[in-house]
Design a protein around this ligand. Structure first.
Ligand SMILES: Nc1ncnc2c1ncn2[C@@H]1O[C@H](COP(=O)(O)OP(=O)(O)OP(=O)(O)O)[C@@H](O)[C@H]1O
Ligand SMILES: [Mg+2]
Length: 376
């Protein structure tokens, strides 16, 4: 039997845990043509949720069409256009009427068309005479999609990447083109929380206040617990309650890590899963991660490393500048701590969780945190 604990992209509804509230909220936003920004800590399940939403739309709202693309690998507006066009072709097959019209539009741009050997999906290269021509093409694509008389939900993943494009002010351009559409609903999703927030809540920036926010926290312990039990039971294996609780605590209900631990436990083939089976799987994961963790060590300064150990030992830290924390781990002055924390957030190693009650800091990588806790 295939391992039901997915650590790859979304597969199906029955292997996806909960997120019912977020799903309903996003669906309602889609139905009301309200653009959204989806933000969370890394690996909490943003991309999975978008896939789940698109699945739901195709199942129960088939009058709405969806386009998804991930721009993490894009380096310029050229790449963005190419990715949007390829994603559109994927959503509107060449035999459909919109697909045919879209193919004609692309052909009018004199592309070099090729077909992927493996997937058969069309791929192409566009050539431009000037930057204006690119902008014109981008606007043309967006206008085309808007003019098909169909409601289309377009999700752009790793959206903060547009800030890396040289030359063009991509934010301003996109915002201008998108602002004039009627039939398109956009979902902007990104894993760099700080940059994403800046794009959408900085009043000096083009996208300021243009979307509603959907934030993704942890799945509740009750939901995750039933989900885990169900998937083991369906495979004719039983898991003890205290073993499930151990999984949820050790992984802090951080989706990717919870999935990964369950995946590893499932792969171990034990029929009756008790806490010892779980602990063995945890150990296996820490050993597997070791070479990566040692590489992190090469990428940061000794002070940063020691700071990570301090945060790991605490698990979560409320006040990184408190005398108690600074003294206990010999970190130095409050300003040193602030600098360290900022650098480590920037490197994606530390997460800051901002709440009304204050900000809490923890390591982004739960397994790395447990590993550091032991060596420090
Ligand atoms: N609700 C869920 N139930 C089960 N598995 C999930 C759920 N949400 C996400 N996952 C799985 O957890 C892993 C991490 O999720 P995902 O890639 O969606 O997170 P992300 O927030 O987009 O991460 P990143 O910040 O790296 O982009 C994936 O393997 C995904 O399939
Ligand atoms: Mg993602």
């Amino acid at each position: 039997m295939e391992n039901p604990f997915i650590i790859k992209p979304y597969k199906s509804k029955d292997l996806f845990c909960d997120r019912e509230n977020e799903l309903q909220l996003m669906l309602t936003n889609c139905l009301n043509h309200s653009d959204m920004t989806l933000i969370s800590q890394r690996r909490m399940g943003k991309t999975g949720l978008i896939m789940r939403l698109m699945d739901e739309i195709s199942e129960n709202h088939s009058d709405i069409k969806t386009i998804y693309f991930d721009i993490l690998a894009s380096r310029s507006i050229d790449d963005f256009i190419k990715m949007l066009a390829e994603a559109t072709m994927k959503s509107f097959k060449p035999k459909t009427s919109i697909g045919k019209k879209f193919m004609n539009l692309i052909k009018s741009l004199r592309p070099q068309l090729t077909f992927d050997n493996i997937t058969g999906e069309p791929q192409f290269q566009l050539f431009y005479h000037s930057p204006e021509e690119k902008e014109h093409t981008l606007r043309g694509l967006i206008e085309f999609l808007d003019n098909q008389g169909v409601h289309i939900v377009i999700a752009i993943d790793e959206f903060q990447q547009i800030r890396e494009y040289p030359g063009h002010n991509m934010e301003a351009l996109l915002r201008t083109y998108i602002q004039h559409t009627h039939n398109l609903t956009f979902i902007y999703c990104g894993s760099k929380k700080h940059m994403m927030t800046d794009i959408f809540i900085n009043e000096k920036k083009p996208f300021y206040s243009s979307t509603s926010f959907v934030s993704l926290g942890k799945i509740s312990a009750d939901s995750y617990s039933s989900f885990i039990k169900r998937l083991f039971n369906e495979a004719n294996r039983s898991i003890k309650d205290n073993a499930v609780n151990f999984i949820l605590e050790w992984t802090r209900r951080h989706t990717y890590y919870t999935q990964m631990l369950c995946h590893t436990v499932f792969a171990s083939d034990a029929k009756i899963i008790d806490i010892n089976v779980i602990k063995a799987a945890c150990q296996q994961l820490l050993t597997q991660g070791e070479s990566t963790y040692l590489q992190y060590r090469q990428l940061i300064t000794l002070k940063q490393w020691n700071f990570l150990i301090a945060v790991a030992k605490e698990g979560t830290v409320q006040q990184v500048t408190s005398a108690q924390f600074l003294g206990k781990y010999k970190i130095g002055s409050p300003s040193t701590a602030t600098r360290l924390v900022e650098a480590l957030i920037e490197k994606g190693l530390i997460n800051d969780d901002v709440a009304i009650t204050g900000t809490t800091y923890s390591l982004n990588d739960v397994f790395f945190s447990h590993w550091l806790e032991k060596i420090g």
